[in-house]
Design a protein around this ligand. Structure first.
Ligand code: T46
Length: 133
């Protein structure tokens, strides 16, 4: 399973670091929505769904969390703990986010606006979708 991981250019200065993500440069799609998660409970699991068409780039701005991606036949786990790195979740991937530290801030850049119809929340339905894809 090929998962695109990004290492962003860090503009380091004595006073701190700046990372810029720009359309048609660092970003793999045009961003239509941005959201972020924080105050996460390290014992709970977020996600547990797939998307039919949505692509998302995840960047852990602060703290750390684990991301599991499953394409219906393989599963990979990633540690997100670097604000200069991103993981692309392409369409048709079951994702779970867990093991978050209490200071985690997880930034998500999304290719589409929010659409509940795009979600597959049942794992068996996801397996069927992945098989047909
Ligand atoms: C994903 C992971 C990383 C909105 O109103 N707008 C939005 O853009 C989103 C994403 C959610 N919501 C509402 C819907 C729910 O009432 O926020 C509530 C929590 O959403 P959800 O249960 O989907 O949250 P997560 O953390 O389980 O999943 C979200 C994304 O839905 C998902 O695509 O990959 O973050």
């Amino acid at each position: 399973m090929e998962i695109a991981k990004y290492k962003f250019k860090e503009n380091k200065a004595p006073g701190g670091t700046l990372v810029s993500l720009e359309d048609k440069k660092e970003l793999p799609f045009a961003v239509k929505r941005v959201y972020y998660l924080y105050g996460l409970d390290g014992n709970s699991v977020r996600g547990r769904h797939a998307h039919r068409t949505l692509q998302q780039l995840l960047v852990c701005l602060c703290g750390s969390c684990k991301l599991s991606l499953d394409n219906g036949s393989e599963r990979q786990e990633f540690l997100l703990d670097n604000p200069a790195e991103g993981v692309l979740i392409s369409a048709g991937m079951w994702r779970e986010i867990y093991g978050c530290s209490s200071d985690t801030v997880l930034l998500v850049l999304a290719s589409e606006i929010y659409d509940e119809e795009d979600y597959i929340r049942d794992y068996d339905e996801f397996l069927h979708f992945a098989k047909e894809k």
